[in-house]
Design a protein around this ligand. Structure first.
Ligand code: ADP
Length: 606
């Protein structure tokens, strides 16, 4: 299409140039040719008039008065000359202006010619419309002078038509028209050639630029000439190269930004002034909508059902100020508590063109805060009871110096019992604190056979007293782990103590140790009352007891299993419980075995 348009333009320009040139040439040539031709004819006619003047000088001088015979002779002569020189008209005019002879008319009928311009200025030619013949004629007159004294006798005039000049000029015109038509034809071919020569590379450049504009490709044009088109192609290639480079860097940077946003735990969400989501990272999508689908392009109000969040974004868009608030939102992971910061995005003119919202999931933080404050309340409560008891007994003794020795001993015994309880709680709390700071757990080679063996040995005395049988099924190849012997011993000891505490007289406590490819397993089971299924998850929480009074009566702090759980997880292990109410309980510790070269050490260490 564009080739055709270009072709027509070139053709139009060429045709205009040809036509204008042809017209100019035609005008100039015809006017010059006409002037030349006229000059030649004028000179010739003047010569003919001179010749006529010479011919009539003699007879006119002979008899100036004239007579019919002479008039007839002059008339015959004029006619004869006209017959000889076809197309000429000969007229003889007297000095006074009367026509004496005329080759075409009767002189008697002709008017006075004394005022004719050629008669007034002999020796000059004049072109005018003939009054007698009604045609355009050239007139030239010469004075007839007496051969003897040179006295003026009259005027010899020759007239002739100039129409043959016009015919000649008409031919000239036709020749110019043919030349113009030929030039036009050449112009057409030229237009075709120029347009195809010019437009092909231009069209290629246009195609490449259009593709660059669409971002489809960055073409490399062949540079075939050093003219303006060649320079244009070179510039387009440079531009394409720079654009490709810049787009590449931009894409990399966008990729990087996406990766950073994608890796963020915080949800990041950008909306435009109309509340439509422009960008959202995966965390934002999950926190708001509960799905991983990219919500970009949708309205925030469609994606989130948290009215507080929508109101905050709306407020930010309206006022252009930062908004911070806590929001509850339901996502796939259930009800989440979010801390939301909404910051306006302003353009150069300080108009709000959108806002960025950062969503922080603080559900876990809040839970931990609650756990911490609950823990502080629990600790205070747990400590208060024995402290109050001790204070009570001591004050009673102090208040009554005459107290019965028996009563005093009993009171002191209670105070001592509560002191020991206080000490147990404090010692368990310290153990927990120590386990929570991971650095305190050393990583040395621990022979689990020795650890469990020591616990069983020290439990045997108490077991005999309680009439509980302890069965210890150690495997012949006791496994080794990397860790802290003291905290592992405390964990196993807590399990064995619990088992003995909750096992009735005559019952059994079984302690087992075994290993497979990757893990060491320590099992402690008993014949006790068991733990209800719904409590099994919670017994590992601090200060949680299934039966508070019974636990206290048995000297429990409610921290034992919590310590076990912490110690085991500090070693990368797990603690589980299996129990049926009335049918005892089995606690199972799973500890990962060291990998690599340590494996040989492990078997060699036994
Ligand atoms: P406590 O000092 O009270 O024993 P633990 O943290 O050791 O505290 O245990 C938490 C609770 O788990 C106990 O109060 C008890 O109700 C229950 N429990 C622990 N071990 C056993 C067991 N072997 N048999 C039955 N219940 C148990």
């Amino acid at each position: 299409m564009s080739t055709r348009r270009f072709f027509w333009k070139v053709l139009l320009v060429t045709a205009s140039v040809v036509v204008v040139t042809a017209l100019l040439v035609n005008w100039r040539v015809t006017s010059v040719a006409e002037a030349r031709r006229l000059a030649v004819i004028e000179a010739r006619t003047l010569d003919e008039a001179l010749m006529y003047a010479r011919l009539v000088a003699e007879p006119l001088a002979r008899d100036v008065v004239g007579g019919d015979a002479r008039a007839a002779a002059l008339q015959t002569q004029a006619r004869g000359l006209s017959a000889e020189l076809a197309g000429r008209r000969f007229t003889l005019i007297s000095r006074a202006g009367a026509v004496l002879a005329d080759s075409h008319e009767d002189p008697a009928l002709m008017d006075d010619h004394g005022q004719r311009p050629e008669v007034l200025s002999p020796g000059q030619a004049f072109t005018r419309e003939s009054t007698t013949l009604g045609r355009r004629l050239l007139y030239a007159a010469q004075a007839v002078r007496s051969p003897g004294d040179g006295q003026a006798l009259g005027f010899a005039r020759v007239a002739r038509s100039v129409e043959d000049i016009e015919a000649e000029l008409g031919e000239l015109n036709r020749a110019t028209q043919v030349a113009a038509a030929l030039a036009l034809a050449v112009g057409l071919v030229l237009a075709l050639f120029v347009s195809s020569r010019l437009t092909r590379p231009l069209q290629r450049i246009a195609e490449v630029l259009a593709a660059m504009g669409r971002g489809d490709s960055y073409g490399n044009l062949p540079v075939t000439s050093r003219d303006e088109i060649g320079q244009l192609a070179t510039h387009v290639n440079d531009l394409s190269e720079r654009l490709r480079d810049r787009m590449g860097r931009l894409a990399a940077s966008v990729q990087q930004d996406r990766a950073i946003l994608g890796a963020m735990e915080e949800g990041v969400l950008a909306v435009d002034a109309g509340g439509r989501i422009v960008l959202a990272n995966g965390a934002a999508a999950r926190l708001l909508g509960g799905s991983d689908d990219d919500p970009a392009g949708r309205l925030l109000a469609e994606v989130s059902r948290a009215p507080d969040l929508l109101a905050a974004v709306e407020a930010c868009l309206q006022t252009g100020t930062k908004v911070t608030l806590g929001v509850k939102a339901s996502s796939a992971a259930g009800e989440r508590e979010l801390q939301v910061n909404v910051v306006p995005l302003v353009d150069d003119a300080q108009d709000v063109e959108g806002c960025v919202t950062v969503l922080r999931d603080i559900t876990e933080l809040r839970r931990l805060e609650t756990v911490r404050s609950d823990f502080v309340a629990n600790v205070s409560h747990e400590l208060k009871t024995p402290v109050a008891a001790i204070m009570g007994y001591v004050e009673a003794i102090l208040d009554d110096p005459d107290m019965e020795p028996e009563t005093r001993r009993s009171f002191l015994g209670h105070a001592a019992e509560n002191s020991s309880r206080l000490s147990s709680i404090i010692s368990d709390l310290l153990a927990l604190a120590r386990l929570e700071s991971e650095d305190a757990v050393s990583r040395e080679d621990v022979d689990l056979g020795q650890v469990v063996g020591r616990v069983v040995d020290s439990a045997r005395v108490g077991a005999e007293l309680e009439q509980v049988e302890i069965q210890w099924d150690a495997t012949p190849s006791a496994p080794h782990v990397l860790g802290d012997a003291r905290s592992l011993e405390r964990a196993v000891s807590n399990l064995v103590e619990n088992a003995m505490k909750y096992t009735p007289r005559g019952g059994h406590v079984r302690v087992g140790l075994r290993a497979d490819e990757s893990f060491a397993w320590i099992e402690v089971s008993d014949d006790g009352p068991g733990i209800p299924a719904h409590e099994q998850e919670r017994i590992f929480e601090r200060f949680y007891r299934v039966d508070k009074d019974r636990s206290r009566a048995l000297g429990g702090t409610g921290l034992g299993l919590s310590i076990v759980k912490h110690a085991v997880s500090a070693h990368g292990g797990q603690i589980t419980v299996e129990s049926v109410v009335g049918d005892g309980a089995t606690f199972r510790i799973r500890l990962p075995l060291p990998v690599g070269p340590d494996e040989t050490d492990r078997s060699g260490g036994r």
